[in-house]
Ligand binder design. Structure first.
Ligand SMILES: [Zn+2]
Length: 160
């Protein structure tokens, strides 16, 4: 017979806790003129208490603004070899090297696209950090035969 659990625990005893940990001082985690708050997630099994003092950051964590309540994903990571924050690493890279055309993320990995270079770096989620750089002279764009696509837009009679 299955009884509803008064503590809201699932069948396997899994329970998730959240805690607002600290306010960021990093420029990349500012909102409404102040640091966003780091909200940690800890999942336990079998009724164990969460150990937020020894928190291992994961993609379940997130940032929240204390003023406008805007949330954004966290890219803070930690495992036995070390810890970091891909968002901070990207921000520092842009401060030193300038604004890219585009920034793309895949979990803790970031891809920065510049007119003559593509950079990929970050933490792979399993012990290792990587950094790859691909460069090309800007003139290579022409031999690659890239063209600007022109679109014909129809204007209705009323707008003429
Ligand atoms: Zn805000």
């Amino acid at each position: 017979m299955i009884y509803p659990n008064p503590l809201g625990q699932r069948m396997n005893g899994q329970k998730t806790f959240t805690k607002m940990m600290f306010q960021s001082e990093e420029p990349v985690h500012q909102c409404c003129g102040e640091g966003m708050w780091f909200v940690a997630h800890e999942t336990t099994w079998g009724g164990d208490e969460p150990d937020f003092e020894n928190h291992y950051e994961s993609l379940d964590d997130y940032w929240v603004c204390g003023t406008c309540l805007t949330e954004k994903p966290s890219r803070r990571y930690r495992d036995w070899f070390g810890r970091g924050d891909t968002d901070v690493e990207v921000h520092e890279h842009i401060e030193e090297n300038g604004e890219p055309l585009k920034v793309m993320f895949n979990d803790y990995m970031a891809c920065l696209v510049y007119p003559d270079a593509v950079l990929v770096f970050g933490y792979d989620g399993n012990e290792y950090c990587h950094a790859f750089g691909f460069q090309t002279p800007p003139t290579d764009i022409h031999p690659l035969n890239l063209r600007i696509r022109e679109e014909i837009v129809l204007i209705s009679d009323e707008e003429e």
